[in-house]
Design a protein around this ligand. Structure first.
Ligand code: ARG
Length: 459
């Protein structure tokens, strides 16, 4: 059953009908479609197309349909309509007869679909923002309870300089802050109503589009109908924000998979989010993290897919645009699921403070401190770097940490070195010196944690 039978003599090919239909995925826009249709019906009263009474009848039939769909979503899927707009219109007509046929006056599915999708995206943005906040709160809790747990920080996956577990948590809070700000930014541009753009050149009826936009909770109405029905920038932007944030979550997963490995043994993941091996009884695999890491791939794929769909697409609406939805729905769900699984992982994480500290101690991660120490005593940094490097080599050969080298050994490399070298190269002193903004000093970390707690309303 289609909305456009008049011009056609032959029936649609069955295979084509299935291929062409979007109902099996756009049915999730039913609520938004009904919401926008009710708003549209009110505009039609002002345009003189509907009487107040007719509008009321249409509105209550639409509300009734919404309840029906809510009670039995399968009802929609069991039918063979082309899309959710057709389903709703046809069922409205079934309910109230001829009057239902007036609703589509002055609008097109082209402005209808992008209005529905924007309304849906707006709701999802708020859900995602909530999930980001929730994850950030859990990062703060973990940071707070492990604020002074020293571990190695890495570059090139080589132990580089000591940091704390809390500092690692705070880094992810920053990434998530940017993810949230991207969403808020997208919302500003997205919050413009396309309804009343018609097929591509505007509506011929006297509709106050700004009033209509505001009545649906949009900030304003679009400025050019040709652009309005063609624009899917908001889909690209949302998939781009999802891709960036999933990249963050994937790096978080990769970090934790390594921290949880037998080799590092920095953290222990809870039984509730790990799984065993069917063959090897000793195994406890970080499946939840591995799945987040791989889900990132499908979200990146969705971004590439919408970019390719839109590239070279002539203005204005083309059926290609139907291909924007499935991967968007899937990606935003994947992103939100990944945020909540990451939260679950953090909630149950146990830190092995001793292994973390031992790894930091073993790593010559205080070599920079020796160089800085020499600089303070008057040597140039490049020279000091060289001396410190030679000392690391000596310590490696003696199978000792830098702190365990004798003073006489230190002095073979530079007479500037005195007894105070030892207090300057403890892990604690490595941290404490980095007290400028954003550094790893414990005082800085404490300040950051308090700042975040205030921002997240959990102080
Ligand atoms: N299912 C379509 C989509 O998702 C709805 C708009 C159809 N418009 C049209 N002129 N065929 O884009």
């Amino acid at each position: 059953m289609s909305l456009w039978g008049g011009r056609f003599l032959d029936e649609s090919n069955k295979k084509f009908k299935i291929f062409n239909s979007s109902l099996h995925f756009d049915y999730i826009l039913a609520k938004e479609d009904i919401f926008a249709s009710i708003a549209w019906s009110k505009s039609l009263v002002e345009a003189g197309v509907l009487t107040q009474e007719e509008q009321k009848k249409i509105e209550s039939a639409l509300v009734f349909l919404k309840k029906e769909i809510y009670n039995n979503p399968k009802k929609v899927l069991e039918s063979d309509y082309e899309d959710i707009h057709s389903w709703i219109e046809a069922n409205l007509i079934k309910k109230i007869g001829e009057l239902g046929k007036k609703l589509h006056t002055g609008r097109s599915r082209n402005d209808q679909i992008t209005t529905d999708l924007k309304l849906w995206c707006k709701k999802k943005i708020f859900v995602l923002l909530d999930s980001i906040i929730n994850l950030q709160k859990n990062f703060v809790f973990v940071a707070e309870s492990n604020y002074d747990a020293i571990m190695p920080g890495y570059t090139h996956l080589q132990r580089a300089q000591p940091i704390t577990f809390s500092y690692w948590c705070l880094a992810y809070i920053q990434m998530l802050k940017r993810d949230a700000s991207r969403l808020k930014d997208i919302l500003k541009r997205l919050d413009v109503s396309p309804l009343g753009s018609g097929a591509l050149s505007g509506t011929a009826w006297n509709i106050n589009r700004t009033k209509l936009a505001i009545s649906m909770g949009f900030n304003s109405a679009t400025n050019n109908a040709l652009d309005s029905v063609s624009d899917r920038d908001y889909v690209i932007e949302l998939l781009s924000a999802s891709s960036i944030s999933m990249t963050h979550l994937s790096r978080f997963s990769e970090d934790l998979i390594f921290f949880n490995s037998n080799e590092a043994n920095f953290v222990e993941l809870s039984d509730s989010i790990t799984s065993g091996s069917s063959l090897m009884p000793q195994k406890k695999n970080p499946d939840a993290l591995e799945i987040i890491r791989s889900k990132c791939g499908r979200v990146h794929g969705a971004l590439v897919s919408i970019l390719v769909v839109l590239k070279s697409l002539p203005l204005s609406y083309n059926k290609d645009l139907q291909e924007d939805k499935e991967s968007l729905f899937d990606s935003l769900k994947t992103w939100n699921d990944s945020l909540s699984i990451a939260t679950l992982i953090l909630k149950n994480i146990k830190l092995n403070r001793l292994s973390c500290r031992k790894a930091a101690e073993k790593s010559y991660s205080n070599a920079t401190e020796i160089a800085d120490y020499l600089v303070k005593k008057g040597m140039t940094f490049r020279e000091a770097h060289n001396v410190s490097g030679q000392l690391v080599l000596r310590a490696i050969n003696e199978k000792k940490s830098l702190n365990n080298l004798d003073l006489s050994v230190f002095q073979q490399y530079s007479t500037l070195i005195t007894d105070d070298i030892y207090e300057n190269i403890t892990l604690e002193s490595c941290l404490e010196k980095r007290s400028s903004k954003g550094g790893v000093a414990l005082n800085e970390i404490r300040k950051q944690i308090i700042k975040e707690k205030i921002r997240l309303n959990i102080l």
